[in-house]
Design a protein around this ligand. Sequence first.
Ligand SMILES: NC(=O)c1ccc[n+]([C@@H]2O[C@H](COP(=O)([O-])OP(=O)(O)OC[C@H]3O[C@@H](n4cnc5c(N)ncnc54)[C@H](OP(=O)(O)O)[C@@H]3O)[C@@H](O)[C@H]2O)c1
Length: 246
Amino acid sequence: MFENPQTVLIAGASGGLAQAIGAEIVRRHPQITLMTLSRITVDMIPGHTGERHHLSVSLEEAESIDIIENFMAEHSVPPDWVINCCGILHDDFHGPEKSLSQCDDHWLIQSMQINVLSHLHLARALDGFLQRRLPVLWVSLSAKVGSIGDNQLGGWYSYRISKAALNMLVKNLSIEWARKLEDSCVVAIHPGTTDTSLSKPFQSNLHPDKLYAPELSAKRIVDVLSQLSTAETGQLLFWDGSQLPW
Ligand SMILES: NC(=O)c1ccc[n+]([C@@H]2O[C@H](COP(=O)([O-])OP(=O)(O)OC[C@H]3O[C@@H](n4cnc5c(N)ncnc54)[C@H](OP(=O)(O)O)[C@@H]3O)[C@@H](O)[C@H]2O)c1
């Protein structure tokens, strides 16, 4: 049902996975209309020529809702696929916490803003443009460590808490859009540990077989998305398309 998108919107477009996913979609569907959202301008996104519809916006801010609505109003049809890649694990001063004593309120709040609100704001901005009879596939890049059922190790408080909250947002959205639209599929997906700036500081202990190139992860994710149907809505997926526990 979702295998031949005409218009794809990618949010967080400057990221390692976002760029690779965009390139993979364009490779498979050269005629696609690609809409991109990023904090930075399109000319600063490597490999992107500007031959696209781009909006520079910071999705973690509530003001982004109006800004995206105005951008969407310029386009005649809403996207068939929406892929939100926004997420943060560390910055120059913070990283995954090993214990309670390392937790910092401001970092948790910042993690919630980027990992959750950037997805909520985009959903709110698109909601008014969706049409009952037009199919929509929404994907949030989440993380296996945000699965409460799968958590055996603990730690990584801010990332786990915020990704678990993102997962609940995705579940709620799947229910609301299933009521509102005839054909919707709303999922979260774990891309696998991928060689991007997000995972860079944590790669040294990884077996090389467990660290994937962005191009490989993108191919796997686009494979999964192309095979989804409305029956799979409301799921947290592993990169091979299998279901993870929430
Ligand atoms: N790489 C992995 O191993 C891995 C594993 C599991 C899950 N994930 C998830 O996959 C998604 C993409 O990650 P990635 O590996 O491509 O990481 P990345 O290269 O660091 O990209 C991070 C993304 O987050 C967006 N973002 C928005 N506000 C941000 C802020 N204030 N600070 C930093 N980034 C911000 C960026 O978008 P703009 O700058 O374009 O606005 C960018 O697209 C994330 O949600 C991540 O949690 C990644």
